[in-house]
Design a protein around this ligand. Structure first.
Ligand code: UDP
Ligand code: MG
Length: 310
């Protein structure tokens, strides 16, 4: 029995890249020996001509399947939709903008056939990303390593091959807010790494702006670590200890040298400083409570309007 490979492609406003993508991916898929393939395109509520273009492709090629989401749910949700629709023995999420080079699929499949359950694509060259993006990414990974209880492999995105067993395991993770990189890492399995150079976007613009990336990073921290919550116990204890020492100092000073009225500056600083520290800690609580609130609603991760070619 020949095996089936599923590619999962999340697309949001990619009208300029779908054509390129389909054209460069097909020859690669055809070149894999003894392997059937399907491409699951998840239209993540695009507002441009992405969907009609996809449907054109799907009309000409039954192995191109389209999952049409009812609105934009974000890349993580779109990937989840694709993973749930995929039937392959091996599954590879891949970006539509050709930043994940399709040629890498061949060595990935080879490594999988050699026994790997997960084959990670690692970017050795991120020079196509801006200095700011690279800098903040490296800071994120470092911080994450120090506070989180899972290790995120650095410079690894969603581009990876997963065995069916891994996909089934992933589908059992129930969270609504899905930080895919973290979920992937949490699963474990026998992993092999393949290096590749990240190419520039084929066309169009990146969908991840500064604020979106910031929220993405917060999601990463809060999904896999409670350190930001616990840190306040220790900061609070430290603050209390310092305040106590200072109180003793003032008491002794007053006993020895009498009452000194000035002290406005130190009072003011203490009040504003501790006020802000308390607000920050409440904010951190809010981040977690907000997430608990969203999770308890148990809403579906995405809504499908229609399946095409399924
Ligand atoms: N994407 C998506 N939904 C979104 C944002 C992005 O499905 O809300 C898709 C996008 O179409 C692309 C992939 O996710 O196929 C990666 O997006 P992008 O290239 O903008 O991210 P970057 O490479 O800049 O990190
Ligand atoms: Mg991209």
């Amino acid at each position: 029995m020949t095996q089936l490979l599923s590619l999962i492609v999340p697309l949001y406003n990619e009208e300029e890249t779908v054509g390129f993508f389909a054209a460069s991916v097909r020859p690669v898929l055809e070149a894999i020996p003894d392997m059937q393939w399907e491409i699951i395109c998840v239209d993540d509520g695009s507002r441009d001509a992405t969907l009609p273009r996809l449907l054109e492709l799907a009309a000409a090629e039954p192995r191109i399947r389209v999952v049409e989401l009812s609105r934009n749910f974000g890349k993580e949700a779109a990937l989840t939709a694709g993973l749930e629709a995929a039937r392959g023995d091996a599954v590879i999420p891949i970006d539509a903008d050709l930043q994940d080079p399709p040629e890498q699929i061949l060595p990935m499949v080879a490594a999988w056939r050699g026994g790997a359950e997960v084959v990670l694509g690692r970017r050795i060259d991120r020079s196509t990303d801006t200095v700011l993006k690279r800098g903040t990414a490296s800071l994120f990974y470092r911080l994450n390593r120090s506070i989180s209880n899972i290790e995120l492999p650095e410079n690894v995105g969603d581009f990876r091959l997963m065995d069916r067993a891994v996909v089934e395991a992933l589908k059992r993770l129930p969270e609504r807010q899905r930080f895919m990189k973290g979920l992937f890492a949490w699963l474990g399995f026998k992993t092999v790494v393949i290096d590749y150079a990240r190419t520039p976007r084929a066309a169009g613009k990146s969908k991840f702006s500064g604020f979106k990336l910031w929220n993405f990073a917060l999601e990463g921290f809060t999904s896999f670590s409670t350190t930001p919550l616990k840190i306040w116990t220790y900061l609070g204890a430290l603050g209390a200890a310092i305040a106590l020492l200072y109180a003793v100092f003032i008491m002794v000073r007053t006993l020895m040298f009498g009452n000194e009225v000035p002290g406005y500056a130190s009072l003011f600083i203490a009040v504003t400083f501790f006020g802000s520290v308390q607000l920050i800690s409440i904010g951190v609580l809010g981040e977690y409570i907000g997430r608990i609130y969203m999770e308890t609603k148990q809403r579906p991760i995405y809504i499908v309007r229609k399946f095409h070619n399924f």
